[in-house]
Ligand binder design. Structure first.
Ligand SMILES: [Fe+2]
Ligand SMILES: [Fe+2]
Length: 298
């Protein structure tokens, strides 16, 4: 990139002012705007069936319709609980970003606004999981502990690159969910609120990430760490324990999902856009391509 420091500062200010104005116009309070007393709709899926990790496999064929719906519910809960894990990581990373900068700037004020959004989102996801009456599966022990370190030491590129990845993946799922009238209305409403507010976060992260120039050595380091974030967060999306809810052995369920061409295609499809942007920012390359391939997002 050939822009000067002043041009970048101006651009940063312009983006933040636009995002602050949009937040003032359209933000949601999920405690008030979602009918948490509503009963689930009988016979409706929580996630489109073709996005369930076992869809199309022999294990899937062996499930009754009621079990398939049940599995879709547990998978939505798993993804939402991973969403909370990452939002908590992100809130801390944004706080660290704000901590070192001038709070009177629009850029920092938007970082603080985004923390407030994420705070409401995490409560919303948590309430949705309670509403469904299923466990908050979380990302698993290893990712949980890696997250503990990552949120304390992530660099600028890792903060905004990692954020973009997780936000875009959730966004792809939720755009489809909010548009699908056959799904549970409450889950669609949660998806709609999240999609609207996340589109601002994605802009903030993408533009901030693209503002950074990286030398060749640094670039490889950032690729490696970002690859790890992508690998762990993708691997953690569906907790194997979800399969036990429909009588499938978790180890077997995970093995079948991993090899399932439908699930692999879903992951590639959901990641296609964001991997393209990360590539443009120089954050996809030799140091992480093998990990992205291994986890099935390219
Ligand atoms: Fe969020
Ligand atoms: Fe976000």
């Amino acid at each position: 990139m050939t822009t000067t420091t002043e041009e970048r500062a101006r651009d940063r200010k312009k983006t933040a002012e636009r995002l602050l104005a949009s937040s003032a116009k359209l933000s949601f309070d999920p405690l008030k705007e979602i009918d948490w007393a509503a009963e689930p709709v009988e016979g409706a899926y929580y996630l489109p069936p073709h996005r369930v990790s076992l869809y199309g496999t022999e294990l899937w064929e062996g499930l009754t319709e009621a079990q398939r719906i049940e599995l879709s519910k547990h998978e939505v809960a798993s993804v939402a609980s991973v969403g909370i894990w990452f939002e908590e990581i992100l809130m801390q990373m944004l706080l660290r970003h704000a901590f070192d900068r001038d709070p009177t700037t629009a850029h920092v004020q938007y970082a603080l606004t985004e923390i407030a959004d994420e705070c409401r989102h995490s409560v919303m996801f948590a309430k949705m999981i309670s509403w469904m009456g299923v466990p908050a599966y979380g990302p698993g022990k290893v990712s949980h502990e890696l997250g503990r370190v990552f949120k304390a030491v992530s660099t600028h590129s890792q903060t905004f690159g990692g954020t973009m990845y997780v936000e875009e993946i959730l966004d792809s799922f939720q755009r489809e969910m909010m548009a699908d009238e056959s799904l549970q209305p409450l889950v669609r409403q949660v998806s709609r609120i999240h999609v609207i507010e996340e589109s601002r976060h994605i802009t903030y992260a993408r533009e901030e990430m693209l503002r950074r120039d990286l030398g060749p050595v640094r670039r490889r380091f950032e690729q490696l760490l970002l690859g790890l974030v992508i690998f762990r967060s993708t691997k953690s999306l569906i907790h194997p324990q979800v399969y036990a809810a429909v009588g499938i052995d978790p180890v077997e369920g995970r093995r079948v999902a991993r090899a399932n061409p439908h699930w692999r295609a879903t992951k590639r499809e959901m990641a296609a856009k964001v991997i393209g942007v990360l590539d443009k920012a120089g954050l996809v390359g030799g140091a992480n391509r093998w990990m992205l391939r291994r986890i099935g997002v390219i």
